[in-house]
Write a protein that binds this ligand. Structure first.
Ligand SMILES: C[C@@](CO)(OP(=O)(O)O)[C@H](O)COP(=O)(O)OP(=O)(O)OC[C@H]1O[C@@H](n2ccc(N)nc2=O)[C@H](O)[C@@H]1O
Ligand SMILES: Nc1ncnc2c1ncn2[C@@H]1O[C@H](COP(=O)(O)OP(=O)(O)O)[C@@H](O)[C@H]1O
Length: 272
């Protein structure tokens, strides 16, 4: 079975408080986008994992560190899973604020459930995903959500940007999530993000923001310059996604990027 785990963007990201367990509570909208890996899972005589495409840090220490294998091991504790061969073609930039590793793990859970007829209920799949990463559970349903708690609790949100165009630009700066959180002073947002998202997109640049930008933009000046360039190219709204370093712009129609982001990893397409 072949599936295509896709990335997410954060539209608005507020780090509201530090929790006693060391994590942070947040408020954000997670929205799926089309930049995808390819994941093939086949029944096989023994468990194997193979990756191609972008190199995955930690991969050299063996397959066990990969989230796809961790997802398999997690399910294998509760279900009699036959061995499988796993091939991951990595295309989503890593440590990029796009949740690519979490998407791979969530899709692995979904594939195993389907491939072997396990019929793991959605909530149970989400519970497994939560054990693998804070934003992993989102990718089980993979639809626009208002997220809170560690980013692992969510509710449906009536936000559909379908038909609009998205441009994602990754300048290749790897920002560790823990490092990014350490630089933020938690605060409560002035207004509820769910309310702000219901306002016209032309209001968003003045009202919806990502709390990681304040600490990371001065440190990495290329980030605000890409955001500004996206606005100059006609974006209705531009922002950093998650803990960076990917920036995105939402456009009414397909923009002409010309040579603007040469040398960076770029993906563009219609929003789903
Ligand atoms: C920042 C966000 C926003 O959507 O996305 P990315 O930039 O990673 O895509 C997420 O909160 C990332 O979630 P995820 O990447 O799953 O993080 P995890 O693996 O669970 O945690 C990595 C580390 O980040 C910190 N962390 C993560 C989530 C959270 N709510 N509070 C935290 O303080 C902790 O230090 C933790 O050890
Ligand atoms: N299948 C995978 N794809 C990407 N990263 C993975 C994977 N498995 C484990 N990892 C580890 O997870 C870390 C963060 O992954 P990723 O989800 O790409 O970052 P982010 O949450 O910032 O978008 C990587 O540094 C890598 O070591």
């Amino acid at each position: 079975m072949v599936v295509f785990p896709n990335a997410k963007i954060n539209i608005g990201l507020y780090i509201t408080e530090k929790r006693p367990d060391g994590f942070h509570n947040l408020a954000s909208c997670f929205y799926p986008v089309g930049w995808s890996d390819a994941l093939e899972v086949l029944p096989a005589p023994e468990l194997t994992f193979q990756a191609s495409g972008l190199p995955i840090p930690g991969g050299e220490q063996g397959t066990e560190s990969n989230l796809c294998v961790k997802a398999y091991r997690l399910l294998a504790r509760d279900y009699p899973l036959p061995p499988v061969s796993i091939h991951l073609l990595k295309a989503i930039p890593i440590g990029a604020g796009l949740g690519g590793g979490s998407a791979d793990a969530a899709f692995m859970i979904k594939v195993l459930s389907q491939l072997f007829g396990l019929q793991v209920p959605t909530e149970q799949q989400q519970a497994y995903a939560r054990q693998l990463g804070s934003d992993c559970a989102f990718f089980i349903e993979n639809t626009p959500k208002y997220c809170y708690g560690k980013g692992d609790e969510f509710e449906d949100i009536a936000l559909r940007l379908t038909g609009r165009w998205i441009v994602l630009v990754n300048p290749g700066i790897h920002i560790a999530t823990a490092e990014a959180y350490a630089g933020v002073r938690p605060r409560q947002p002035e207004q509820d993000l769910r309310y702000l998202l219901q306002q016209p997109i032309t209001d968003w640049p003045g009202t919806i923001s990502n709390d990681f930008e304040a600490s990371l933009f001065p440190k990495y000046p290329v980030l605000p310059s890409i955001k500004q360039r996206l606005y100059e190219l006609g974006a209705r709204y531009a922002s950093m996604s998650g803990s960076g370093s990917t920036l995105y712009g939402i456009f009414e129609n397909e923009p002409n990027l010309a040579n603007n982001f040469d040398g960076y990893a770029v993906w563009q397409g219609e929003l789903i």
